[in-house]
Design a protein around this ligand. Structure first.
Ligand code: ADP
Ligand code: MG
Length: 607
């Protein structure tokens, strides 16, 4: 074949393949653009695994009408002008490749408005060809809708996996950014169902609660260490799991460099895991949400088209701060792997110390937001929120978030609870909340039972109950008959996250379901043994129900426990997402309402 110059469309499709490998790449690029545009709220919607439609809506700065066409031209960027700028990149994008690449392989509608323009603009572009551009009324910000991805590159389409897999990859991308930017309010809906929503209150632990649940989030240890000056300055901050809380993959290792997500592989991942020294069992990985903040000139982000790998100017320095930061967090929690490698502190000790620290006078500092998370004008402290609520006028008083939610079309939320504003906690057992109809008292333990019950049901449905290994396997003494029954059912128990084995005349437990409070282990096992030995028909369904109730009953949020504001908010938000939020799995109420009329009657103001 003679040499020929490729026509522009084919060339664009080839180039697009480098940036846009799958639907999740589109989400990543659009979310990065929204963040670069200073958005405080980002709504992501995906349909049909992201192939049918991906829609990303933000309340950022918008694109001026006369530049919108240019934004879709190759190498057009507002973020970089000279080659030198490559060494001081503070934005997530800079290559000017995303929009043209997406437009080369999909049908794109971009609706955008800058705040000071009277009217916005709508651009339609497909297969790289502009099809229409017209004025359009819209709220400030940008909405980009990407339809029929890869419609003109069928081969690429064939390489994709199932819709469910692609949707999961999309969720993983949004999760990453929700964790890297806790001050931005994210929501993700997949095929019309809201699957992720963060408050955007700026607190990393609060965002973690939304993603991993309260049980896991509250166990994570705060990491915060810095070293060096000027261009050598390195700051590592975030959260890591205690050694007992592990995963079988690195799916829960979220690493960021200057808040840009990077792959949890190579040296960074090794340094992180080495900090746990001998405390990680073979094949197990910690959970981590860590940002490494360095001088923009001390990192090269331009080594890969998807920007998911970086090169540091001073790798040794970065790795040493990272290792030290994580070790310090573990040390503070009571684990001393490098001093006594043979005798790791038991999970119970670590948890007890963690609890003491949380409840004690150092309460505030233990839950401090890492400094990189508080950048910007919104801070995550409880007082900020209380203040904000008070400042709201009558009309806005019942909006859940003070953010610019009103300018965006509301996401469909089928919560069966009214909007609740947390007031505080009483008797270390009940959450006091206000709603338009009056005052709610929420039983924190019953509420958590309900949440755990539904969470477990979903995990069980997906065949993946989260299991937590015990640092020191726990020997439990139960009546011999109970032990026999349990050991005989070891396989069935393994499906629920229990790893048990005989140990002399006792029973040894190596792992338990992550939701289970380790202190209740013996009681829970005894209950399970009772279910198992029940003569009267244990159908698989009865057994499942019994397990769900037993496990959700012995969870870590208990009566008599002080909860922080974020924990209360997290709990209530998770409760809202439950199918039956008003009762616990035993059928008792999770909350009681005292209406305004009832209160007024008590005060003799009304009859
Ligand atoms: P890059 O992000 O590398 O600059 P893109 O192709 O992703 O390149 O975007 C091109 C340009 O379009 C950006 O530089 C920015 O000026 C503008 N842009 C894209 N998305 C948005 C958005 N959501 N809000 C405001 N401007 C945007
Ligand atoms: Mg970009």
């Amino acid at each position: 074949m003679p040499i020929r110059v490729l026509d522009a469309t084919v060339a664009a499709q080839i180039a697009a393949g480098e940036v846009i490998e799958r639907p999740a790449s589109v989400v990543r690029e659009l979310v990065e653009n929204a963040l670069d545009a200073g958005a405080r709220r980002i709504v992501v919607e995906a349909r049909g695994g992201g192939l049918r439609e991906i829609r990303v809506q933000d309340d950022g700065c918008g694109i001026p009408a006369d530049e919108v066409e240019l934004a879709f031209a190759r190498h057009a960027t507002s973020k970089l002008s000279t080659a030198d700028d490559l060494w001081s990149i503070t934005t997530l994008g800079f290559r000017g490749e995303a929009l043209p690449s997406i437009a080369a392989v999909a049908q794109v509608i971009c609706i955008t408005r800058v705040a000071n323009a009277d009217v916005g603009v709508e651009l339609r572009i497909a297969g790289g060809e502009v099809q229409a551009i017209m004025p359009r009324g819209c709220s400030p910000g940008t909405t980009i809708s990407v339809r029929n991805l890869f419609y003109n590159t069928p081969v690429r389409r064939e390489f994709l996996r199932s819709d469910a897999t692609e949707s999961a990859a999309i969720a993983a991308v949004v999760t990453q950014y929700a964790l890297a930017y806790p001050e931005v309010r994210f929501s993700l809906s997949i095929d019309g169902r809201t699957t992720l929503q963060t408050s955007g209150n700026g607190d990393l632990r609060a965002a973690t609660i939304e993603i991993y649940g309260l049980d896991v989030a509250r166990q994570l240890l705060a990491v915060d260490a810095a070293a060096g000056e000027g261009i050598d300055h390195v700051h590592v901050s975030g959260l890591v799991s205690p050694p007992g809380l592990t995963r079988s993959s690195r799916a829960a290792v979220h690493l960021f460099v200057n808040r840009r997500a990077i792959q949890p592989r190579g040296q960074i991942a090794l340094v992180l895991e080495e900090a746990y020294h001998t405390l990680l069992m073979k094949g197990r990985h910690p959970m981590a949400i860590l940002n490494i903040s360095v001088h923009p000139a001390a990192v090269d982000v331009n080594v890969h088209p998807t920007k998911s790998e970086v090169k540091f100017r001073n790798t040794i320095q970065v790795m040493s701060v990272l290792g030290r930061a994580v070790r310090a967090a573990l040390l503070e929690s009571g684990v001393r792997p490098w001093e006594e490698p043979g005798i790791p502190a038991s999970l119970d000790t670590a948890q007890r110390r963690f609890e003491l620290r949380r409840l004690g006078t150092s309460h505030e500092s233990a839950w401090d937001t890492p400094s990189w998370m508080t950048a910007g004008d919104e801070r995550g402290s409880a007082s900020f929120h209380v203040r904000n609520w008070r400042n709201e006028g009558q009309s806005g008083a019942w909006q859940r978030e003070p953010a610019a939610a009103s300018s965006l079309s509301p996401t469909v939320q089928t919560s069966k609870l009214p909007p609740l504003r947390i007031v505080g906690q009483i008797a270390q057992s009940y959450i006091v909340a206000e709603s338009p109809d009056g005052m709610y008292l929420i039983d924190q333990h019953a509420a958590h039972e309900r949440i755990t019950y539904e969470r477990l049901m979903a995990q069980r449905g997906a065949g993946m109950i989260e299991s937590q290994e015990l640092l020191i396997p726990q020997v439990v003494d139960l009546p011999p008959t109970a032990q026999d029954v349990l050991l005989a059912a070891a396989d069935r128990l393994a499906e629920w996250g229990f790893v048990i084995e005989p140990f002399g005349r006792s029973l040894r437990v190596r792992a338990i379901p992550a939701v289970l409070y380790p202190g209740d282990l013996a009681t829970a096992l005894l209950e399970i043994a009772d279910h198992l030995s029940e003569r009267s028909g244990t159908t698989p369904r009865d057994w499942r129900e019994a397990m769900l109730i037993t496990l959700s009953c012995h969870t870590s949020v208990r009566a008599g426990q002080t909860l922080s504001f974020d924990e209360m908010r997290g709990l209530v938000r998770q409760l809202e997402q439950c199918a039956s939020p008003r009762t616990c799995p035993h059928g008792r109420p999770t909350m009681i309402l005292l209406t305004i009329t009832q209160i007024e009657r008590q005060f003799g103001r009304a009859k």
